[in-house]
Structure formats: structure tokens, C-alpha cells
Ligand binder design. Structure first.
Ligand SMILES: CC(C)(COP(=O)(O)OP(=O)(O)OC[C@H]1O[C@@H](n2cnc3c(N)ncnc32)[C@H](O)[C@@H]1OP(=O)(O)O)[C@@H](O)C(=O)NCCC(=O)NCCS
Length: 248
């Protein structure tokens, strides 16, 4: 299956989740049924929904239930997403993330992405999970939104790079060091994540309203293009709709 090489992304909010399950494969329905906690269940579905919409868009297929049900979003043994379309491997990499009722899918060679909220992080978090250089950069920012954004940005870029490495948080977050540049007029700023073994993972970050999105990959390239519409994260409100009713 041929998929364009240029990196692309899409965000969807939980309001987009269909009521029924005809857009899921039998295996996805079974996995969802086994998730007792509403948070895990809803986030699982939202990540599937955004992945299926993104894949349908790059394949030029309409995002109708039959199309979406032909796209299976499974997982490799380590947890990385594994997509089949009509039973055939997609032949392209994608990465999934969600935060506060919103999910993002990024598609591109060797890609990893992560979505975070700009929210306060404790000094203990910064000390425990960031390298000394990252800590210096974060604490050099003015206290308040700028420092919160910096701490979340560094954390997010680490998660994106650890998804590129297909290890996630099994790896010590201080094994990868993040550097970021200022955003350009398109809202994307460059980032680079250096692994302790010397490899570098270039990528991009953007602040969209209350959210921060980071994307990293194995090779340098242009910022990801939005697959359809406008950046809905820019005006999105964080949602925690599971909080009042944790069990399904
Ligand atoms: C990858 C990881 C950091 C993401 O955690 P998170 O920030 O809570 O969640 P996000 O919403 O940003 O990302 C979730 C998606 O990451 C992807 N993912 C999971 N493990 C991954 C890995 N090893 N490599 C790349 N991507 C991975 C999956 O697509 C997952 O969504 P899905 O399960 O619905 O397919 C975390 O799941 C992790 O470290 N996993 C590996 C270790 C592990 O499984 N530990 C047990 C649970 S703590």
C-alpha cells in the first residue's frame, strides 16, 4: 500500500466519537469491551478514531463507517501502533497520542508524537525526569505559563522520541536530551532530541491553545501538514468527561 512520505497530522476531540461500534473491527470491539475504566476505554477509542480518519484521508477514502472498519489499528508487542487496511499492512509509520479528551495521529517515516496540556509541573518532576541542561533551560523561563510550557514541552519531546525508538517510558527519560527552537510564522518550532548513544531525532513542536504537540522522527524534514480542516486544538478545551463516572 503506497502512502505519501511527507509527515502529516490530524487531531480529533471526544465529541467526534460515534455512538455505535460499526466503525471498529471485531478485534478492536473486543479490546474496547475489556476496558472497564471509562478513561482507558474512551481514550482507546479516540486514538483509534483519529488514526482511522488520518489513514482514510491519506488513502483518499471517505471516512464512512465501512471505510473506518476496514482499517485496523492494532499494536506491535512493544505497544507501537500497527495498522492494517483490508488486512494488508499499511506500509507507513504512524504514532498516536491523547490528552484531556483530544487525540492526535501523526503519519510519517519513523514518526513519534506526543500531546500534552500546558499545566504546572512540580520542581520534583523537573529534577527527576529532565537532564541537567534541560532543567537549566526550564528554570531560566519566567515562572508561570512560560515555565510550565517549557517543562511540558521538554517532557513531550522526550515521549515523542521514545516512541520513535519504540520503547516508550521503559527507557530512562534522562537518556534523551531535548533542544528546542522558537516557532516560525506557521506555529511550528524545531526540536532535536539527542539519545545518550549519540543518535539525533529531529522534529517539530507547536503550541495550540492549551495544548502542546511534539513530533519527532528518524530523519529531518518539513513540519507535518494538517490533513484536513484547521488546527482544532488551538481553540479546544481540555475535557475530563470520565472523571465523574470512572467505571463503565
Ligand atoms: C508510549 C507511552 C510513553 C505512551 O504513554 P502515554 O503518554 O500515557 O500515552 P499517549 O496517549 O501519548 O500514547 C499512547 C499510544 O502510544 C503508542 N505506544 C505505546 N507503546 C509504544 C511504544 N513502545 N512505541 C511507540 N508507541 C507506543 C500506542 O499507539 C498508544 O496508543 P494505543 O495503545 O491506543 O495504540 C507509554 O505507553 C509507554 O511507555 N509504553 C511502553 C511501556 C509500557 O507498556 N508500560 C506499561 C504501562 S506504563
Amino acid at each position: 500500500m503506497r502512502v505519501a512520505e511527507a509527515p502529516a497530522w490530524l487531531a480529533l476531540g471526544e465529541d467526534a466519537l460515534p455512538g455505535g461500534g460499526d466503525w471498529l473491527t471485531p478485534a478492536e470491539r473486543q479490546r474496547a469491551a475489556g476496558l472497564r475504566f471509562r478513561k482507558r476505554h474512551d481514550e482507546f477509542l479516540l486514538r483509534r478514531l483519529v488514526a482511522k480518519h488520518a489513514v482514510a484521508t491519506v488513502l483518499g477514502r471517505p471516512p464512512v463507517p465501512a471505510t473506518l472498519a476496514a482499517i485496523e489499528v492494532g499494536n506491535a508487542p512493544g505497544g507501537a501502533p500497527l495498522v492494517r487496511v483490508d488486512g494488508v499492512p499499511l506500509g507507513a509509520d504512524l504514532s498516536l497520542t491523547d490528552r484531556a479528551g483530544w487525540a492526535v495521529c501523526a503519519i510519517g517515516p519513523g514518526i513519534g508524537c506526543d500531546l500534552e496540556l500546558v499545566e504546572p509541573r512540580t520542581p520534583g518532576f523537573v529534577q527527576d525526569f529532565l537532564t541537567a541542561a534541560e532543567q537549566r533551560w526550564v528554570t531560566s523561563r519566567p515562572a508561570g505559563d512560560a515555565r510550565d510550557a517549557a517543562a511540558n514541552l521538554v517532557w513531550s519531546a522526550k515521549e515523542a522520541a521514545l516512541k520513535v525508538l519504540r520503547v516508550g517510558l521503559r527507557r530512562d527519560t534522562r537518556d534523551v536530551e531535548v533542544e528546542v527552537g522558537d516557532p516560525g510564522p506557521d506555529g511550528w518550532g524545531p526540536l532535536s532530541v539527542r539519545e545518550s548513544l549519540g543518535r539525533r531525532f529531529p522534529g517539530w513542536w507547536r503550541r495550540s491553545g492549551r495544548f502542546l504537540l511534539t513530533v519527532a522522527g528518524t530523519t529531518a524534514g518539513p513540519p507535518p501538514v494538517l490533513l484536513t480542516g484547521t488546527d482544532r486544538l488551538a481553540t479546544a478545551s481540555p475535557r475530563h468527561s470520565w472523571a465523574g463516572r470512572p467505571l463503565r
